[in-house]
Unconditional design. Structure first.
Length: 415
């Protein structure tokens, strides 16, 4: 589900901007009843949140009302809810929405409690323009899934994957000379970014905060895309279909025709249900010996600008991000906590997926959370398709994408 949130950032960014234009709410509003707060979460977090709410109420005397609803809908409605006085005091948002909602005036500033044990990556994910708009709750990163019935251990390098591709048992039926030994959805920029970044490419300069500096056509990006192109020469034609590639990859993996794929933690459940004997590991090192620097993502607890009890909301956010509560969150959801102490606790449970996410996150780069990121997704996807399909040479495809991104940013944001 989270991946859908990330992919939709471009479309949603425009929605948020449009809603924000309707008006801003007074973020300094306070409640006549400071002994209660409302928290809005998705159904999957209901059990944990209700348990945490009871513990918080017992500890502080503040009553917590838990409301359930779709996360994206709640965020899309935030501008209107802030104005009407119906916004919750606390809710959850994916990191890629935190920055734009904050700069649009839809979120209150959050103070990061030292007990939340953040790191530099998660702090960057909730900070825009020097202001913190959320408290890190969950971390996510792409990982490698591999089929234990086909290979005995996870590939360590991309050279290992290239060797697998020479094994005839992975030949793709119906397309001579094509292999499904290793598959990745590399016309999807979210999946490809680690390949580009590991070679020195980047979206925006200054750790993703400077939209005037775009690094998608630099030498590192070109190297990464050129390498992706060598795989597309080996892969079935269907991998170039940006709409159908993800389904083809999942089907091939679940049917035991693919040894290794790059995917997110949100796919684990479907692989379990398909009874795949899979393992999870970090993504192999690149041909240059560097790590695959995927986007670091996840979710944060945020306080809407229209919150009626700002002090109570901040207290509850501090409570939710404490080590004890982050451990409880992991136990309830199996989502990797952002709190570094709770992260160590999660790793101690010896769950392959958890360990892989934590290890991969260590080399992840914060996904830019500024509003200008909405201008990147579509041109970047076009760049990748044009390059790997041979429609354009790699440098031309990259230069054209950067030109379009700059024009879109100028048009939308005037910078």
């Amino acid at each position: 589900m989270t991946h859908k949130l990330l992919k939709s950032a471009g479309v949603l960014g425009a929605t948020v901007l449009a809603l924000a234009a309707c008006g801003q709410s007074n973020s300094s509003s306070t409640s006549s009843d400071s002994s209660s707060i409302t928290v809005y979460v998705e159904e999957q977090y209901k059990a944990y949140t209700e348990s945490a709410a009871k513990a918080f109420e017992k500890e502080t005397g503040t009553k917590v009302t838990v409301k359930i609803g779709d996360q994206l809908t709640g965020l899309d409605n935030l501008s209107l809810d802030n104005q009407s006085g119906s916004a919750p005091d606390v809710m959850m948002a994916p990191y890629d929405r935190v920055g734009s909602l904050g700069t649009d005036g839809q979120l209150s500033e959050v103070v990061l409690n030292k007990e939340s044990k953040t790191d530099s990556t998660t702090e960057s994910l909730v900070t825009t323009g020097g202001t913190v708009y959320g408290a890190p709750a969950v971390i996510e990163s792409l990982v490698m899934y591999y089929n234990k019935d086909l290979i005995t251990e996870a590939p360590k390098t991309f050279a290992d994957l290239e060797a697998l591709a020479n094994d005839s048992k992975y030949n793709f039926e119906g397309e001579e000379g094509k292999t499904t030994a290793f598959l990745a959805d590399w016309t999807n920029f979210y999946y490809t970014y680690g390949l580009l970044a590991g070679n020195g490419g980047y979206v925006f300069g200054n750790n993703g905060k400077d939209a005037s500096d775009i690094g998608l056509a630099n030498a590192g990006s070109i190297t990464g895309i050129e390498y992706a192109k060598t795989w597309y020469a080996k892969w079935p034609k269907g991998l170039q279909d940006s709409q159908g590639a993800a389904n083809l990859i999942q089907t091939q993996f679940q049917e035991g025709k693919t040894a290794a794929i790059i995917e997110g933690p949100w796919k684990a459940q479907s692989f379990k249900e398909a009874k795949v004997n899979y393992g999870v590991a970090t993504i192999p090192t690149l041909p240059n010996g560097k790590n695959y620097a995927a986007f670091g993502g996840g979710k944060a607890w945020v306080i809407p600008a229209g919150a009626k009890n700002l002090d109570g909301a901040q207290q509850f956010v501090d409570f939710l991000t404490s080590t004890e509560q982050q451990k409880a969150f992991y136990d309830a959801t199996n989502e990797v906590p952002a709190n570094t102490e709770a992260r160590e606790y999660a790793v101690s449970k010896n769950d392959e997926l958890t360990t892989a996410v934590v290890e991969q996150f260590a080399s992840a780069q914060p996904m830019p959370n500024i509003s200008e990121m909405s201008a990147v997704w579509e041109p970047a996807a076009t760049m990748l398709f044009d390059a790997v399909s041979g429609k354009k040479d790699v440098k031309t495809a990259a230069d054209d994408a950067v030109k379009l991104i700059k024009e879109t940013i100028q048009q939308k944001f005037g910078n």
